[in-house]
Write a protein that binds this ligand. Structure first.
Ligand code: GDP
Ligand code: MG
Length: 163
């Protein structure tokens, strides 16, 4: 069995952009996987010669705030049950929101490696703002720009070490 990495977080933080960035040209959709739902996207990725399954969650925009929280709880539960490692994506441009704090709270109870990824750090200015996210009480934040391919190598080096 290949290890599973799940990408979770509220809508619009850049989960799918990160997914596409990590899948890159080596993208190979896994269609026949049991239990695949339409709001999750699976791909097989190989890094340092090691294959893993990457899962993008939350494929649709929830219409209401209740629905958003419900979707995120479902995603987080899925990630906690099925994944071997979780990437929680946060958004440096919008800052921390109550919805982020909700997921962080859920993930505190998980006995699996969780990487806290602050996305949209396109330059040094956002790098400083990203420090605010330490208020959620984590030892290590990974600042990245999925769009501009910044910080992705450092993140994945550490991910592959614990996967
Ligand atoms: P998702 O809803 O979490 O899957 O987020 P998406 O991947 O669909 O991205 C939401 C928006 O954020 C899109 O307009 C992306 O172009 C933008 N975005 C994603 N990553 C970055 C980034 O690294 N920097 C900036 N500035 N924008 C980004
Ligand atoms: Mg998405």
């Amino acid at each position: 069995m290949k290890p599973i990495i799940a990408i979770v977080g509220r809508p619009n933080v850049g989960k799918s952009t990160l997914f596409n960035r990590l899948v890159g040209r080596r993208k190979a959709m896994v269609d026949d996987m049991p239990g695949v739902t339409r709001d999750r996207n699976y791909a097989e990725v190989t890094r340092f010669d090691r294959p893993f399954i990457l899962v993008d969650t939350g494929g649709f925009e929830p219409e209401t705030n209740d629905r958003l929280l419900q979707q995120m709880r479902e995603q987080s539960r899925f990630a906690m049950d099925e994944a071997d490692l979780i990437l929680l994506v946060l958004d440096a441009r919008s800052g921390l929101t109550p919805a982020d704090e909700d997921v962080v709270e859920m993930l505190r109870r998980v006995d699996k490696p969780v990487f806290f990824v602050v996305n949209k750090v396109d330059g040094d200015r956002q790098e400083n703002a990203a420090g605010d996210f330490y208020s959620i009480g984590v030892d290590r934040l990974y600042t990245v720009s999925a769009e501009h391919n910044r910080g992705i190598g450092d993140l994945m080096d550490d991910v592959m070490e614990v996967l």
